[in-house]
Design a protein around this ligand. Sequence first.
Ligand code: NAP
Length: 309
Amino acid sequence: MRAIAVHEFGGQPVLVDVPKPVPGPGGVLVRLAAAGVNPFDRKVADGMMDGSMRHVFPLVLGIDGAGVVEEVGEGVTRFAPGDEVFGTFFQEPAGIGTYAEYATVPETNPLALLPAGFDPVVAAALPTAGLTAVQLVEALEPRAGITLLLVGATGGVGQLVVQLAAAAGAQVVATGRPGDAEMLLSLGAAEVVDHTAGPLTSRVHGVDAVIDLVGDGPGFAANLPAVRLGGQALTTTFAADPAVLTSRGLRGGNFEVRGTAEALSRLAESVSDGRLNVPVEHRLPLAEAAAELVRPRSTGARGKTVLVV
Ligand SMILES: NC(=O)c1ccc[n+]([C@@H]2O[C@H](COP(=O)([O-])OP(=O)(O)OC[C@H]3O[C@@H](n4cnc5c(N)ncnc54)[C@H](OP(=O)(O)O)[C@@H]3O)[C@@H](O)[C@H]2O)c1
């Protein structure tokens, strides 16, 4: 089968021909229709999880996907051949990814049935970004009536957080480039600040919370003075030093997404009934994706990229 893989940590992703995986006990073989791209995929391929879990090479990238169950392994009870599913395929060993024609996944992973008529491209864009956005907004305490500075609002997670936080009653101050203002306001942001025009703290003061989706250690710390005493600061990039937060009188810290099949089903429901709009920016054929993945990684995204298998 065709897949996008690296042959070593830090290698360039290339189109490869590898054997179709076989589902073991408790495993489900999915014929993928689409794979969602997340920054995490390249981090894993660069060796982020080296030492903390086993990997297989060629390491096929990708953790989010949608497709049709083709075969189930011994003991599988939740799924049957022909089921349309979507979810998070991250598992040990790392490297059985979704940038591929087929992937196996334990049935116990966050994997849910796709509602009838749901676009698999949208479904593949949803798991990691959607679960992260929902759980970040749920972590805000309180939510209604607060002012939230959202750093990285233009990306895959950010555009969903803008919508969910605004729907929960927060005033969202979203970062973007000048050309992004219209889009961010239309998603529900109350205000847009240009993150390329100098430190945010010179223009944003006294917010109740910051969610930083992009800052490294110093970048995250630099935005903390924008938050009022007793406020909240969350990061998805593991950039928070709990001691620094405490010394500034702030709550929060490093956020890590956790998924369940039930949470995925609720997400799909909110898309189906129009409460959440999934921003799919690029649809790329699998065969062309390796060349596209060369582009710089932490900048430029305006929503989700999905590989169409
Ligand atoms: N901890 C967890 O459980 C978890 C879960 C999901 C995601 N994450 C992480 O969260 C991060 C965001 O994920 P994503 O999928 O949303 O990424 P993404 O789609 O690549 O979006 C990143 C966005 O941030 C913007 N940006 C970059 N530097 C910025 C800056 N200094 N100030 C303001 N905006 C900036 C980029 O736009 P520009 O073109 O303007 O730079 C881009 O729109 C990634 O590092 C990802 O790995 C962690």
